[in-house]
Write a protein that binds this ligand. Structure first.
Ligand SMILES: Cc1cc2nc3c(=O)[nH]c(=O)nc-3n(C[C@H](O)[C@H](O)[C@H](O)COP(=O)(O)O)c2cc1C
Length: 186
């Protein structure tokens, strides 16, 4: 795939189905993540991959978070939270693993992990896979953070849902660079 076409045409796919990406495809996705810009070579990221029934572990975390916020929650809402990770055959939690009190500020380390997630979206698209970056209501919940072993300064930058697209591309709303760029020329 042409690199510019990749950059200009990528889009998110929320409806994803099996089969899961192959081991070779996953390897390339992680390798792309590891090429993210990284001030100080801190490698401020880690990835937790949920597949098969492993996704139920993540669903249980979501359900626990939901229940903690609202103990009187209905079974239906609880089940909805629990089933969220089943929306794709692979879900990857991307954690900004932050080195505290470092000359590279925390925000730069979190951005770096975000860049890794971004690279993963492109690596998926380049291989004909569908992907979507989600945080939902749970990524920053103390329950989920604790279950994933996040340290105080860490950040869960999101969940990457990965699989095969069930639908074609949607028509994108055109955006114009001139609406976002300020040019200082003198
Ligand atoms: C940090 C982050 C978190 C996001 N969380 C969600 C989410 O929880 N739910 C959602 O529908 N979209 C979420 N999005 C947006 C989608 O990933 C996607 O970018 C959006 O639907 C636009 O689609 P596009 O990527 O094709 O332009 C998130 C994006 C980012 C960068």
């Amino acid at each position: 795939m042409d690199a510019m076409a990749l950059l200009l045409d990528r889009q998110s796919h929320g409806r994803l189905e099996a089969p899961a990406p192959t081991a070779e495809q996953m390897e390339l996705i992680y390798r792309a993540a590891l090429r993210a810009p990284d001030h100080g070579e801190l490698r401020p990221w880690r990835f937790i991959e949920y597949t098969g029934t492993g996704r139920e572990t993540l669903g249980s975390m979501f359900a626990r978070a939901e229940q903690e916020d609202n103990p009187d929650i209905s079974d239906r809402t609880l089940e909805k939270a629990r089933s969220k990770p089943l929306r794709a055959p692979v879900v990857i939690a991307i954690v900004a693993s932050v080195t505290p009190n470092h000359k590279v500020p925390r925000i730069e380390q979190v951005i770096s992990a975000g860049c890794a997630a971004h690279a993963m979206l492109y690596a998926a698209h380049a291989q004909g896979l569908g992907a979507m970056w989600r945080t939902g209501g749970f990524a920053h919940h103390s329950c989920v953070r604790q279950a994933m072993g996040l340290e105080k300064d860490d950040e869960l930058v999101g969940f990457l849902y990965l699989g095969h697209c069930t639908q074609g591309d949607r028509t994108l709303k055109p955006l114009e660079p001139d609406d976002f760029v300020e040019r200082i020329q003198a």
